[in-house]
Design a protein around this ligand. Structure first.
Ligand SMILES: [Zn+2]
Length: 428
């Protein structure tokens, strides 16, 4: 395999350096490295990051290939600078057996745009009644370590306790979609001033916060590890902060859209803003940003949730919940966290690569940009400004809340183990 010399890139936003890739690994990092016949990528002014890792992606295959497939979803991931994604289990059939997780894992390996690590369901059929075959999924070729019923909450406390006890044996983690189901029956948006004015069913913050409070206490009780998906309220932040201060083994994620958008947008009745958990208030958005900056929230995860046009282009009440996110995540983080001075690029590398890789145990990902490491890398033109055009997405779906919105930054190159998956903004 040939050599690639990335010349003059700001590694993690620092001083310009050259990075030489030989085959699948980084051979050298330094200044004035000779090109030695390597293919040269001029990267002056651009920021080089470790390949991004998404702990929360919906690839929809098997079963909903009309909205996304492993191929189109991993192309979207590469386009957004990701080299590894964790695929949620709410497919058809549900990824609740070794057979299904192995199928998703194999599809990821065949398509090659990024590594795909399947997440296993916590309960059979996501029904919340009986534990799925967690051990068999862990022992399978897919080597599952993250389990989630995402899309649904594991609301039965006994089932949640058993799942936490079970994964403890092999160092796995349960990722909870925190939504108390009785408190959110018929809910259409955040419960607050706007829902009252619009007359839409409200989704109270306490429905999320009560489950998080219960689960951090359960994790403490059984001495296990819990991860909280898509925190969306200021109160959730306070609970996670308290739990961490007690030494409870909890990690948490926030989505890009919860860092930027508020429930005021629901006044448009445009279903593109309908998402689970719902968009909250300005106060929540600011608390989430601050928590991501101070490390209370560990990572950014996209909750990339593709839906076909017909499931979103309808009246609010009938529309599916979710937004695509892989191809805009880094730009939203640049806008909300970097340009506000809350995080530097090293901080972005931590929240979008190092720490998600550690939580999910993604081997070879989230590694330092240094000699001997796998060449999983992302090059970003941070000076770029442009409006989002969903027609250019690699995802099969177009349900982005950012259409026509100007966002900063553009991923120009992505390398997966030394192989370019994105060159000059174009997929290979
Ligand atoms: Zn969820």
């Amino acid at each position: 395999m040939s050599k690639i010399l990335i010349r003059g890139a700001k590694v993690l936003g620092g001083e310009p350096q050259d990075v030489l890739i030989d085959g699948e690994v980084i051979e050298a990092v330094g200044t004035g490295l000779p090109d030695d016949g390597a293919e040269v990528v001029e990267a002056q002014g651009k920021v080089l990051l470790p390949g991004l890792v998404d702990l929360h992606t919906h690839l929809r295959e098997p079963g909903r290939e009309d909205s996304e497939t492993v191929l189109t979803g991993t192309r979207a991931a590469a386009s957004g600078g990701y080299t590894a994604v964790f695929a949620m289990a709410n497919t058809f059939p549900v990824a609740d057996t070794a057979g299904v997780v192995e199928q998703v894992y194999r599809l990821g390996q065949e398509h090659g745009y990024c590594d795909v690590q399947p997440i296993g369901a916590v309960t059979v059929g996501l029904e919340g009644r009986k534990l799925a075959e967690l051990g068999a999924m862990h022992e399978s070729a897919a080597g599952v370590t993250v389990f989630s019923d995402d899309g649904k909450c594991v609301d039965d406390a006994v089932i949640m306790r058993r799942a936490l006890e079970y994964v403890k044996a092999f160092g796995g983690v349960v990722a909870q979609h925190a939504q108390e189901p009785r408190l959110t029956e018929g809910a259409q948006m955040n419960e607050g001033v706007v829902s009252a004015e619009l007359g839409l069913g409200g989704w109270p913050a306490v429905a999320e916060e009560s489950i998080i409070a219960r689960d951090v206490l359960l994790a403490e009780h059984v001495g296990s590890r819990v991860h909280i998906c898509h925190l969306s309220t200021a109160g959730s932040v306070e609970i996670v902060r308290w739990a961490k201060s007690r030494g409870i083994d909890v990690t948490a994620e926030v989505t890009p859209h919860h860092l930027l958008l508020t429930d005021e947008l629901v006044r448009t009745y445009n279903p593109v803003y309908k998402v689970n958990p719902p968009l909250r208030t300005e106060r929540d958005v600011l608390a989430l940003r601050e928590a991501l900056a101070d490390g209370t929230i560990d990572i950014v995860a996209t909750d990339h949730a593709p839906h076909p046009h017909e499931d979103k282009d309808c009246e609010w009440a009938a529309a599916a919940m979710g937004m695509v996110g892989l191809e805009t995540a880094l730009s939203v983080v640049q806008e909300t966290m970097v340009e506000t001075g809350l995080l530097d690029w090293a901080g972005v590398a931590d929240r979008m690569s190092f720490t998600p890789a550690r939580i999910g145990q993604a081997k070879g990902h989230g590694r330092p940009v240094s000699a001997g490491e796998p060449a999983n890398l992302t090059l970003v033109d941070t000076a770029y400004r442009g409006s989002v055009d969903p027609a250019g997405f690699a995802s099969r779906s177009r349900n982005t809340p950012y259409e026509g919105r100007e966002l900063p930054g553009r991923v120009t190159h992505t390398w997966l183990r030394g192989k370019a998956t994105l060159v000059d903004g174009k997929l290979t």
